[in-house]
Design a protein around this ligand. Structure first.
Ligand SMILES: Cc1cc2nc3c(=O)[nH]c(=O)nc-3n(C[C@H](O)[C@H](O)[C@H](O)COP(=O)(O)OP(=O)(O)OC[C@H]3O[C@@H](n4cnc5c(N)ncnc54)[C@H](O)[C@@H]3O)c2cc1C
Length: 365
């Protein structure tokens, strides 16, 4: 999704914090009336938090679990990662009344909704991957009264199921328009299909039993990288159109199956020194950078330009900008759609010049 709104941090008060499972919290932010427009969001988007842990400034993204149909609520869920710096700090220390630096919402893990359509949405979530899916699910069920939603939700055991109660409530509210199938890696269900990890074979069996075919459907996958690879392969094997498969990664891929080849925006090889004009907040800064050196984002940050960023690993799109002139290459991209790349958008944390001059506009976000 392309929005003209600038990416900015604002200090927001934590209105609510509750322990959802032994290692996950749900956090609600108070949005002052003057900032309501800046924090308007689309189902499936995320916010980035800036926090200091042991003297180190960290930026971490968290998907919004509330629905844009409830605009006064902006809630996220944070699951503690073993040894994780930001998630441990948040889960163990965050209290109501504290203030956090929160960037305005962004992200592409979404699809346009249409009240006239009768569609079947199918999602695979695992662990904290339920967060954007919950926002999508709630919004779909209320915005498309003729559509239905099937969720396959993987967790280690039933104690760790984030939003279990909420999902039960939604099932009661929406009847057979919502189906939720829990798959527990340490489960002991009589039907073995609901126990164990979501492998490619299990994904195929689940889809065959509960979804039948891949025609006229929208698929959303959010969870660990291996599950994303397994489910995507199962869907593609069953003939799903790639355009209907939406994927959100929470961390940079480590397996080769998930790795993507570099993406060229423009044509031609270039290996010299480039003059790069960076536009941010209407201001132009001229940078000299080596085509085989650091990314545009890192060079801009080193030069003191306050450009937005979060993961620096090609999975979020916080550092997105548009190439207005010149050619570039992106080392990796897991966040931008093919249409955005065709429109000249890049993840600047992955962008290297491939022409002697280049203009990158962060104001076209
Ligand atoms: C677009 C986007 C949306 C996200 N939404 C959510 C969300 O809704 N809820 C949520 O809890 N998290 C979400 N994340 C992940 C979150 O941003 C952090 O990466 C996560 O909280 C870990 O940060 P940390 O500082 O605690 O761990 P770090 O200190 O960065 O990492 C410590 C160790 O944990 C590993 N690690 C890092 N991240 C993960 C991970 N996600 N899963 C498993 N191992 C990991 C690292 O490899 C490292 O070894 C999202 C990420 C992105 C990019």
């Amino acid at each position: 999704m392309t929005s003209p709104r600038m990416a900015r941090f604002h200090p927001l008060e934590v209105a609510t914090v509750h322990l959802e499972t032994p290692d996950a919290i749900v956090v609600g932010f108070r949005i002052p009336p003057a900032l309501q427009e800046e924090y308007a969001f689309t189902h499936g988007q995320y916010v980035t938090l800036k926090l200091t842990v042991n003297g180190e400034e960290l930026r971490r993204s968290y998907s919004i679990c509330s629905s844009p149909l409830d605009p006064h609520e902006l809630r996220i869920a944070v699951k503690q990662v073993k040894g994780g710096r930001a998630s441990t700090e948040l889960v163990s220390k965050l209290k109501q009344g504290m203030t956090l630096d929160v960037m305005t919402p962004m992200g592409n893990f979404t699809t346009a909704l249409d009240a006239g359509k009768a569609r079947h949405f199918v999602a695979f979530a695992a662990g904290s991957g339920i967060t954007p899916i919950l926002s999508i699910l709630k919004t779909v069920l209320r915005s498309e009264p003729k559509s239905r939603f099937t969720l396959f939700y993987g967790n280690t055991d039933s104690d760790r199921i984030i939003f279990r109660k909420k999902l039960d409530e939604l099932k009661a509210q929406h009847g057979d328009r919502l189906a939720v199938h829990h798959i527990l890696s340490q489960g002991k269900d009589e039907d073995a299909l609901f126990n164990g990890r979501i492998t490619k074979d299990k994904a195929k069996q689940l889809l065959s039993r509960f979804v039948a075919d891949t025609l006229d459907k929208e698929f959303f996958i959010c969870g660990p990288e291996q599950m994303m690879v397994n489910v995507s392969e199962a869907l593609e094997g069953m003939g799903a159109d790639k355009k209907t498969i939406h994927v959100e990664l929470f961390s940079s891929p480590v397996t080769n199956e998930a790795k993507k080849a570099p993406v060229e925006v423009g044509e031609g090889a270039f290996t010299g020194t480039a003059q790069v004009k960076v536009i941010m907040d209407g201001r132009e800064t001229l940078l000299t950078m080596d085509a085989s050196g650091d990314s545009v984002l890192d060079v801009a940050l080193d030069a003191g330009v306050d450009v937005p960023f979060a993961c620096k690993g090609a999975v979020c799109c916080t550092c997105k900008a548009r190439v207005v002139e010149g050619k570039v290459e992106m080392a990796m991209n897991y966040a931008l759609t093919d249409e955005e790349v065709a429109d000249g958008y890049v993840l600047t944390c992955q962008t290297h010049p491939r022409s002697a001059t280049l203009t990158i506009d962060y104001d076209q976000h």
